[in-house]
Design a protein around this ligand. Structure first.
Ligand SMILES: *[C@@H]1O[C@H](CO)[C@@H](O)[C@H](O)[C@H]1NC(C)=O
Ligand SMILES: *[C@@H]1O[C@H](CO)[C@@H](O)[C@H](O)[C@H]1NC(C)=O
Length: 495
């Protein structure tokens, strides 16, 4: 599934919680706006005149955008006093005339913030916080040099935040090709990590303090806590940094310091193993899970441990309940899921091995099979999908719906009427499935919006209904595509 959906499932809840405390601060409405409004007519010109500018693409209806407004404005005011001043701008990407512009910047969700450097010739994603103070400090750092010199232990103390990835180059002198290459890597990755350079390794908190360099020391808040590189090819060093910054086990809880690593986890092309456990009993799992993760490192599985309390979005998505925890779920890139509920620390290694060996049966999210199903429109769930849709030998029209979808609600009485009109026809069934609460074969049914209607003829021909949605339209569609009873013979069954 789309990475963006994934990440928002995990992080949205926290983003909401995280910003609540600022809600009361937005009372005074200033008359002067510090955030500069741009649109398609003046964007290039304005950006072209700036060495560094932050642009927010927003939509007026988006809740996260609205929350950002006072924070962004406050940050813009503070940054306007910076030396040199930094401009924060915004573009209404919902405005028809600005849509092409938003497209150029690959805007897929709102708000999207971008950092534009050198008149717009270099574009980076904004990966900083979304509240005023956080925006200010992130933007200050981004608009300064890519790597900051560490001259004293005080500098080092201020700079090396133990919760973050910090990359420091130790050099005998700040010149030469290695230093330049290090600076180039810092430029490239500055939106993700903080870079520093120093002449004196003794100022650094960890690692061999007698080295004179050149050496690149990466500090991280997990695993081995630091790692040294002596590679100075730009691409090779950037790659080493990216690899070293993936934790063996990604931790997901409400701590925002962990969120960049959660994003990385979901961006990985690997199968994703997620252990959800109440963090009060986390310790008993930690070392066992870590061992397993170590064992599969570089082996196409990434590992995450999530606190049950912070993972409500994920539970909903997977159709899981808290009383099934501790649980481990693996999702492959093809979307197959494998689940082990009420797992004990000692079971993890053997279960992951069984999964690797192809011995675990995929897990399907399903509502319970209804005990009575005698309304005109039949209720299909994941667990009876095969039986009711594919093995019933009937002509089946099935609606994929979402409980919150307005168009689905409009369609419901119409489908009822259609179903009633076929009630005496044993060869036709009208059915519906809550596509948010049940897994279905995403390879077979392409559901891009709700409602989506599919028709499976008695002999197994499958097609999507694209036409009108009046009662008459749908009945016509069924009559046109159904197999007549006479056409069915066991030999023709294509499934
Ligand atoms: C760009 O144009 C819009 C619409 O005319 C205007 O509201 C905005 O102030 C302009 N921005 C700049 C920087 O000139
Ligand atoms: C610096 O980077 C360039 C480009 O990646 C590379 O060709 C060169 O060998 C590097 N220099 C050193 C000393 O590694």
């Amino acid at each position: 599934m789309a990475i963006r959906v994934w990440i928002s499932l995990f992080l949205c809840v926290c983003a909401l919680l995280g910003s609540e405390s600022y809600a009361s601060e937005n009372e005074d409405t200033q008359s002067k706006e510090f955030v500069v409004t741009l649109d398609h007519s003046n964007f290039s010109d304005f950006v072209g005149r700036h060495k560094f500018i932050v642009v927010e693409f927003y939509a007026p209806w988006c809740g996260h955008c609205k929350k950002l407004v006072p924070e962004y404005e406050k940050a813009a005011e503070i940054l306007s006093q910076n030396d040199p001043p930094v401009v924060l701008a915004k573009v209404d990407a919902n405005e028809e005339q600005n849509k092409a512009l938003a497209g150029e910047f690959d805007v897929k969700g709102f708000p999207t913030l971008k950092i534009l450097r050198y008149g717009g010739s270099v574009v980076q994603d904004y990966k900083g916080p979304r509240e005023a103070d956080g925006i200010v400090s992130y933007v200050k750092k981004q608009s300064g040099p890519a790597s900051a010199e560490i001259k004293s232990s005080k500098d080092a103390e201020d700079f090396i935040d133990v919760n973050k990835i910090i990359i420091v180059g130790v050099f005998p002198e700040f010149s030469g090709e290695k230093f330049e290459n290090f600076t180039a890597v810092a430029e490239r990755l500055r939106a993700d990590y903080d870079f520093g350079h120093t002449l004196d390794a003794k100022l650094l908190p960890r690692g061999d303090s007698s080295v004179s360099g050149p050496v690149v020391r990466l500090f991280k808040p997990f695993d081995e806590l630091f790692v040294d590189f002596q590679v100075f090819d730009v691409d090779a060093l950037a790659k080493l940094v990216e690899e070293a910054t993936i934790p063996t086990v990604t931790v997901f809880n409400k701590d925002p310091n962990n969120h960049p690593f959660v994003v990385k986890f979901f961006n990985s092309p690997n199968a994703k193993a997620m252990l959800f456990v109440n963090f009060n009993i986390f310790d008993s799992f930690k070392s066992k899970y870590h061992e397993v993760a170590e064992q599969y490192k570089g082996n196409d599985i990434s590992f995450l441990i999530g606190d049950v309390e912070a993972s409500q979005g994920a539970f909903q998505y997977f159709g899981l309940k808290e009383d099934q925890t501790p649980l481990i779920i693996i999702q492959t890139n093809e979307g197959e899921k494998y689940l082990k509920t009420n797992v004990e620390p000692d079971h993890i290694a053997s279960w992951v091995k069984e999964f690797k060996d192809g011995k675990v049966k995929p897990y399907k999210k399903s509502e319970p099979i209804p005990e009575v199903n005698n309304e005109p429109v039949k209720v299909v769930v994941a667990d009876n999908f095969q039986d009711m849709v594919f093995n019933s030998g009937k002509n089946v029209l099935i609606e994929f719906y979402a409980p919150w979808c307005g168009h689905c609600k409009q369609l419901a009485p119409i489908l009822d009427e259609v179903a009633v009109s076929f009630e005496s026809d044993a060869d036709v069934m009208i059915a519906k499935i809550d596509a948010t609460a049940n897994d279905y074969s995403q390879g077979t049914f392409e559901v891009k919006g709700y409602p989506t209607l599919y028709f499976k003829s008695a002999s197994g021909k499958l097609l999507q209904h694209q036409g009108g949605r009046t009662k008459e339209d749908i009945i016509d569609f069924i009559q046109k595509n159904r197999d007549k009873a006479a056409e069915q013979s066991p030999g023709k069954d294509e499934l």
